[in-house]
Ligand binder design. Structure first.
Ligand SMILES: *[C@@H]1O[C@H](CO)[C@@H](O)[C@H](O)[C@H]1NC(C)=O
Ligand SMILES: *[C@@H]1O[C@H](CO)[C@@H](O)[C@H](O)[C@H]1NC(C)=O
Ligand SMILES: *[C@@H]1O[C@H](CO)[C@@H](O)[C@H](O)[C@H]1NC(C)=O
Ligand SMILES: *[C@@H]1O[C@H](CO)[C@@H](O)[C@H](O)[C@H]1NC(C)=O
Ligand SMILES: *[C@@H]1O[C@H](CO)[C@@H](O)[C@H](O)[C@H]1NC(C)=O
Ligand SMILES: *[C@@H]1O[C@H](CO)[C@@H](O)[C@H](O)[C@H]1NC(C)=O
Ligand SMILES: *[C@@H]1O[C@H](CO)[C@@H](O)[C@H](O)[C@H]1NC(C)=O
Ligand SMILES: *[C@@H]1O[C@H](CO)[C@@H](O)[C@H](O)[C@H]1NC(C)=O
Ligand SMILES: *[C@@H]1O[C@H](CO)[C@@H](O)[C@H](O)[C@H]1NC(C)=O
Ligand SMILES: *[C@@H]1O[C@H](CO)[C@@H](O)[C@H](O)[C@H]1NC(C)=O
Ligand SMILES: *[C@@H]1O[C@H](CO)[C@@H](O)[C@H](O)[C@H]1NC(C)=O
Ligand SMILES: *[C@@H]1O[C@H](CO)[C@@H](O)[C@H](O)[C@H]1NC(C)=O
Length: 310
């Protein structure tokens, strides 16, 4: 024995060691803890009130590229694009973000003021959901447009365009509902596989004339989750819509954990992202790639070893 301690200190040391061991088993243990760990062991599983399940993660060793989430003042951001994260959904392979990019075109009698092309450029593992979002355009006699890029067959980047026309002539012609249905506000679907896009809007002469201009000098176009946008007739005559909604509107992105198909991914060994027993591979429809799901009867995180529990 090179050293000896008084009995009291030995006891203290024992207690300390036991506490450390207990602590590490609760953090790192894959045993029978009541709630399922959704983040990597030892990694934060929340930022503010946003849950961050792996492959998303915040901090070194806590995420799979490119799902780096930064946490700043209890707000989560996707590091690859800088947009704010509102919600991450593992089961549906979605992440709801805040899209601050609102294109505006104001045609005042003293001149025009426009932010012509604004949009987002996503990393290759995220796509704009074409089922949850719509192009929305507010204004009178305005054409709203989305210009997007997709990787088509043989990986060539192709432009995708869609547009809608919102019409009104004066206050009485604007819809008095929260529906965005053509009078003062229009919406349009767009195709899948879009990884980057810009939105823009432009007045259509000769329909757009001085009468309309004096009532509605500005128009606004953006992409948003269709269920989270409610139209208000005051938007049509507003000149400060952008400063009122500086944070923009929620947008749903689809994501894949890898760009291979399931038949390729299952052969990739340790690179195969569905790490949990009782997990399965899912091909996605919005772009190439795959995701994982816990098998029927199991819940949890299919991307973590031991992540799917019965
Ligand atoms: C987080 O909190 C904000 C308000 O603080 C709320 O609007 C939002 O719905 C909450 N998100 C979740 C996922 O609970
Ligand atoms: C995550 O992204 C942030 C912001 O770009 C960067 O500062 C940080 O180093 C990244 N984290 C890791 C572990 O790469
Ligand atoms: C994921 O999204 C689906 C469909 O919107 C919803 O039913 C489910 O509750 C969501 N799951 C989580 C964990 O948010
Ligand atoms: C925008 O306003 C200016 C100034 O009033 C006018 O000359 C121009 O024709 C307007 N543009 C359109 C497209 O109506
Ligand atoms: C033009 O008029 C608009 C609305 O009245 C005003 O907000 C803007 O500052 C004016 N722009 C210039 C360059 O005078
Ligand atoms: C033009 O619009 C931008 C964005 O809404 C605003 O910040 C800026 O003050 C406007 N400029 C003028 C001259 O109105
Ligand atoms: C996306 O592109 C893939 C080919 O890479 C195609 O199979 C798929 O149908 C497209 N999805 C959508 C929603 O357009
Ligand atoms: C969006 O506009 C920016 C700036 O004008 C441009 O650099 C980018 O290529 C555009 N992206 C798309 C998808 O059109
Ligand atoms: C502008 O167009 C509206 C609707 O087409 C029409 O009622 C109005 O008289 C026109 N105003 C001018 C100045 O041409
Ligand atoms: C898939 O991703 C890898 C690495 O991220 C990249 O090298 C490869 O070119 C991608 N393949 C396709 C088909 O996009
Ligand atoms: C996924 O797609 C590949 C080819 O695109 C196909 O061979 C495979 O059967 C599909 N797997 C599943 C689980 O749907
Ligand atoms: C993933 O698993 C959940 C729960 O078993 C199920 O509701 C969902 O439909 C599955 N998703 C797919 C794409 O198979």
């Amino acid at each position: 024995m090179g050293w000896s301690l008084p009995a009291g200190q030995k006891l203290l040391l024992l207690v300390a060691v036991t506490l450390i061991l207990q602590h590490s088993t609760t953090v790192y243990g894959s045993g029978s803890s009541e709630s399922i760990n959704m983040a990597r062991p030892g990694c934060p599983d929340k930022c503010g009130n946003v849950s961050i399940p792996y492959p998303f993660g915040t901090g070194k060793g806590c995420f799979q590229e490119p799902f780096n989430v930064t946490c700043h003042e209890s707000r989560a951001y996707l590091a690859s694009t800088g947009v704010r994260v509102l919600d991450i959904n593992l089961t549906f392979g979605e992440v709801r973000v805040q899209n601050p990019n609102i294109a505006s075109q104001c045609n005042y009698t003293n001149g025009t003021n426009s932010t012509s092309m604004v949009g987002l450029s996503l990393d290759p593992f995220h796509k704009v959901s074409n089922t949850k979002n719509k192009l929305i355009s507010i204004g009178c006699s305005m054409l709203g447009m989305i210009v997007g890029l997709t990787k088509g067959k043989n990986q060539l980047e192709l432009p995708i365009v869609n547009s809608c026309f919102s019409f009104c002539t004066d206050a009485s012609s604007v819809d008095d509902t929260t529906e965005c249905a053509g009078m003062g506000c229009c919406q349009s679907p767009f195709p899948g596989n879009i990884s980057s896009f810009n939105t823009t809007s432009t007045p259509i002469p000769p329909i757009y004339n001085a009468t309309i201009q004096s009532f509605s000098p500005c128009s606004y176009s953006f992409i948003a989750e269709v269920d989270s946008f409610k139209f208000d007739r005051s938007y049509v005559s507003s000149t400060n819509f952008r400063s009122k909604y500086t944070e923009g509107f929620p947008l749903v992105l689809d994501w894949v954990v890898g760009n291979a198909s399931c038949s390729e991914a299952t052969k990739m060994g340790s690179q195969y992202a569905c790490q949990a027993m009782n997990s399965q591979c899912i091909n996605v429809s919005n772009g190439p790639g795959y995701r994982c799901n816990c098998s029927q009867g199991y819940v949890g995180n299919p991307y973590l070893q031991g992540g799917c529990r019965g």
